[in-house]
Ligand binder design. Structure first.
Ligand code: GDP
Ligand code: MN
Length: 377
């Protein structure tokens, strides 16, 4: 999840980085007073989770509180790259002497963290990297050692940043590691005319896997999902990913579910989702999983693929039967049970004899049948 600039600013401040004084408002009527508290002259900045706000007219200096209100009125409601501006941050303007770029990012290609830094900040770093790659330093960081005083000095030197920027580099690393971030970026980091180093703009991307530790960011943090089905599944604690197809998939174990997707695709059908109900596979989880999958209008058939291990097939079959009492089955369900106590599990489902449930003994056979049922629907 990306944070807003003002949230990034707050984290920077908490970790000892210098940032301009600022206030966030969502009504133009509040601009005058806020600007007054900040000294009259302010920068009005659109709060949207996209870059290039400056170029789009979303960052403007207002000379006094009355101008701040006018500018806020202009910027609120503005569309910036498809994002509607719902709040602005008013910040104390600073006199900039130089603008730098610094960021830490988890680089999957090199399998470690990278410091990316440049003395040519302010504009889009992609542009600088494309036209003058030598102006952008890229330094790998040992995640255990982190950004030590020495490392910070090395990054600053490599990017031709002033040595006073080095302590900021150490604090920014703290933001990344202590706040569960995958990316922290400051553009621009500035040196002011009176010699201070200030973070003027910030971007922080939190690791959604750590969402449970980031409750302070509110509902947003717990809901990184744009897709409503994924959001509903996440709310039920399910390991669900929406896909484009028509065959709903439930399996136990991520590896088995991945192979199930492949086998279904191999039958010429398209899986509608990934759903791993894990080892326990209780009736409750089965019911939750089924209800999410059945609420997907694209789903035409459902394939439940279970390999009984510690949780044996009879327990899973019992779970399915119980789930079918609370969830109204509206689409055909093909179940393949194999492994521990498979025969007993199959007998339980046979005894239940639901008209929309059928069984197959092999994974391939079940996938073919589910694909066929989806096709016929
Ligand atoms: P972005 O366009 O979304 O990256 O928004 P920024 O917050 O980075 O602002 C864009 C540009 O506006 C910066 O690179 C600065 O040049 C300028 N800017 C932002 N805040 C101030 C300020 O306090 N004083 C001055 N003089 N310029 C500012
Ligand atoms: Mn910026």
């Amino acid at each position: 999840m990306d944070l807003y600039e003002h949230q990034a600013r707050q984290l920077f401040a908490e970790h000892g980085m210098a940032v301009p004084e600022a206030e966030v408002i969502d009504r133009a009527a509040d601009a005058k007073e806020a600007a007054g508290r900040l000294g009259g002259r302010v920068v009005v900045k659109a709060q949207v989770k996209t870059g290039g706000r400056g170029k789009a007219g979303g960052v403007k200096i207002a000379a006094d509180p009355a101008a701040a209100e006018l500018t806020t009125r202009q910027i609120l409601g503005m569309d910036i790259k498809g994002h509607t501006v719902r709040a602005v941050m008013l910040a104390q303007p600073v006199d900039i002497e130089a603008e730098f770029y610094v960021s830490y990012v988890l680089d999957r290609a090199t399998g470690t963290f990278l410091a990316i830094a440049s003395a040519e900040g302010g504009m889009e770093i992609e542009e600088v990297a494309a036209t003058r790659p030598e102006a952008v330093a890229r330094i790998p960081i040992d995640p255990v050692e982190g950004v030590t005083e020495r490392k910070a000095a090395q990054i600053a030197a490599a990017a031709a940043l002033p040595p006073e920027a080095a302590p900021v580099l150490q604090r920014l690393w703290q933001v990344l590691t202590r706040e569960d971030a995958l990316l922290v970026e400051v553009n621009p980091l500035v040196r002011t005319v009176d010699g201070r180093i200030l973070a003027l703009d910030g971007k922080v991307t939190l690791d959604d896997n750590a969402g449970f530790r980031q409750a302070r960011w509110g509902a947003e943090a717990g809901d990184p999902h744009g897709d409503p089905l994924e959001a509903a599944a996440a709310a039920k604690g399910l390991n669900y990913v929406k896909l484009d197809g028509e065959v709903g998939i439930i399996g136990n174990g991520a590896g088995l579910v991945m192979s199930t997707l492949d086998v279904v695709a191999g039958c010429g059908a398209r899986p509608a989702n990934f759903l791993d109900i894990g080892g326990g596979a209780s009736a409750g989880i089965m019911a939750d999983g089924l209800s999410v999958i059945l609420s997907d209008p694209a789903v035409k058939s459902v394939f439940v693929n279970v390999f009984g291990g510690i949780t044996s097939c009879d327990a899973v079959a019992g779970g399915i039967v119980q789930a079918l009492r609370s969830v109204r089955l509206t689409k055909p369900l093909v179940v393949r049970l194999d492994g521990n106590n498979a025969a007993r599990g199959r007998a339980i489902l046979d005894a239940h004899a639901h008209p929309l449930v059928e069984q197959a003994t092999t994974m391939d056979g079940a996938a073919r049948r589910a694909a066929q049922l989806a096709d016929a629907a």
